[in-house]
Ligand binder design. Structure first.
Ligand code: TEU
Length: 544
């Protein structure tokens, strides 16, 4: 493959606000990240995906960009950024930027000019007249609010925003928007970034603004998910920008189906290198992430098998800044934090595709023990709470939904030490520190050869060096209520990945006991017949 995309990459996501503060203002920053590059190098990762660091009023923590070519002052300067790229590169680490181009901030110059009446910039956004005193259409919004807001002082004009009010959607029917984005991408590629994580990239191009068919959430989505216009834009960006710099692109693709994903990352079409799918993230909900049930390991395994066998290349992620911590989703993992986390390390690194680690996952960070809505910062939690309130859902039930589902669960400050504020900041952290930081922190893990961190390290090294793990075929072997078994096969060499996805010991069928060579596992004791709670083993036939 011609570009920076490599099959042996292991990518680490940094949510800059929450990674490391260097100046005591309670917010993580770029100098903080630089100070932790040695740690990341020792972890063995080779690529960092940086959630947005651009100038932003932070209505959605940087996913509302006010200036695509400036660094958020609280995160540092452009010089700091250049320094980060250089210092990372010196350690063999590439930087991937978050490209948020479905919408800008309403504080972006373009939107401001549009508001001032400049027709050129009005056409950068999706502005429509209401219909007989009603909204332009019946669409839904990702944050459970109304997707249409009044455009400035206009009496009858509205602008479309599929996310927050402060995130107006760009008009991708306008070729000038494409030109602007190409220019922005080149700006960062010239600085040496190796690729982009493309935010909600499959919703860019709205086919029409007609009413959609009524849905539980996001009515209207059939008019903008993976449209031909979107494919065309991606092809252009690939050919005219990414290829020029050998850069790669991973798309965040909401609601994506297997077929759509296959098209979006079909090498011959030349669009994206890989996509984040969402189906496996829903294995503990009833169709909407706010209505959580017990996680069904079987449903999870079946979904993984579907995507592993259905796509040539996957992204293997179980956490990010929008998701609750995965080990907290296994209802029975409480007493097995180490085991559940290391099993997930084993699973993440042995599935076929590019593994993604979300900051803190490598030390087994858990959901926050939030006690009330006031402790939660995320805009989505608040808008969803309002919507639920308007539907008459009682306060206690609302809180239960939000406590489990809030994106802040995955955004709590990184736990470095057992000292004040977990070593994240000397000031007041922007979001509360998880109460378990004395138990769960990097410093403690670094002293424990049998700990969570060291296991992740070993799995990363293995993933980066074993050809069968890098490029072997995925062959499903067993999906039961608790056992997930699959092979990775390359040139006749066979590896068997065995995971107990529950907190109960389980007997292995005879044919899975006979593999005699253990490459690695998260237990040092035990027998071939049983998998212990959340046990993971990687086996090989010794051929003797
Ligand atoms: O997220 C898109 C998205 O649809 C969801 O994952 C989102 O987190 C929400 O929970 C829907 O219920 C991306 C970013 O990852 C997210 O942080 C941003 O808020 C969003 O786009 C808008 O830019």
């Amino acid at each position: 493959m011609a570009h920076h995309f490599r099959k042996d990459m292991v990518i680490y996501q940094i949510y800059p606000r929450s990674f490391q503060d260097s100046n005591g203002d309670g917010l993580g920053d770029i100098p903080g990240i630089i100070s932790r590059l040695d740690y990341l190098q020792s972890l063995g990762i080779d690529t960092i995906w940086l959630s947005p660091v651009y100038k932003s009023p932070n209505a959605d923590n940087g996913y509302d960009i006010a200036d695509y070519k400036a660094i958020q002052p609280a995160f540092g300067t452009m010089e700091d950024f250049d320094n980060l790229v250089a210092q990372a590169k010196a350690r063999g680490i590439g930087i991937v930027m978050d490209l948020v181009i479905n919408h800008t901030s309403d504080e972006h110059e373009w939107f401001q000019k549009a508001l001032a009446g400049d027709e050129k910039y009005k056409d950068y956004y999706i502005i429509r007249k209401g219909k007989d005193g009603k909204l332009p259409n019946n669409w839904g919004n990702f944050f459970a609010m109304c997707p249409w807001s009044k455009f400035g002082d206009s009496q009858d004009e509205y602008y479309l925003h599929l996310f927050a009010e402060k995130q107006p959607d760009l008009n991708w029917h306008n070729p000038a928007v494409l030109e602007e984005v190409k220019d922005i991408m080149r700006f960062w590629l010239q600085k040496g970034v190796v690729g982009f994580r493309c935010d909600v990239i499959n919703i860019l191009y709205k086919n029409t603004l007609e009413n959609g068919k009524k849905q539980l959430a996001l009515t209207g989505r059939e008019h903008y998910l993976s449209t031909p216009g979107c494919h065309q834009i991606l092809k252009t960006l690939r050919k005219e920008v990414l290829d020029e710099f050998n850069a790669f692109a991973v798309g965040e693709t909401v609601f994506v189906t297997l077929d759509q994903a296959g098209d979006l990352c079909n090498e011959d079409r030349g669009e994206l290198d890989m996509v984040f799918s969402f189906e496996h993230m829903g294995c503990d909900d009833l169709g909407l992430k706010w209505f959580k049930t017990r996680l069904s390991p079987k449903r999870l395994m079946k979904t993984l098998v579907k995507w592993q066998t259905g796509l040539a290349w996957n992204t293997n992620y179980f956490e990010n800044h929008d998701q609750p911590r995965f080990i907290s989703r296994f209802a029975d993992s409480d007493g097995f934090r180490r085991e559940a986390s290391t099993m997930m390390a084993g699973l993440t690194m042995t599935l076929r595709g590019t593994p993604f680690i979300h900051e803190g996952q490598e030390i087994g960070m858990t959901n926050g023990n939030f006690r009330c809505l006031k402790q939660i910062q995320d805009i989505e939690s608040h808008t969803v709470n309002e919507m639920a309130k308007s539907l008459g859902i009682p306060a206690k039930m609302r809180w239960n939904m939000i406590r489990r589902g809030t994106r802040d669960n995955g955004r709590m400050p990184m736990q470095w030490t057992d000292g004040p504020n977990a070593g994240f900041t000397t000031g007041k952290p922007w979001l509360k520190i998880n109460g378990d930081y004395k138990e769960v922190n990097v410093a403690k893990e670094q002293l424990d050869p049998d700990g969570v961190l060291n296991f992740w390290k070993q799995m990363i090294t293995l993933r980066k060096t074993d050809e069968a793990l890098i490029d072997g075929d995925f062959v499903p072997v067993m999906v039961s209520n608790n056992i997930f078994a699959f092979e990775r096969v390359l040139n006749g060499r066979r590896l068997l990945s065995l995971c107990n996805m529950t907190g109960k010991a389980v007997k292995l069928p005879a044919h899975l006991q006979s593999w005699d060579k253990k490459i690695i596992g998260n237990y040092t004791t035990g027998t071939a017949e049983y998998l212990q709670p959340f046990e993971f083993r990687l086996m090989e036939e010794s051929g003797e």
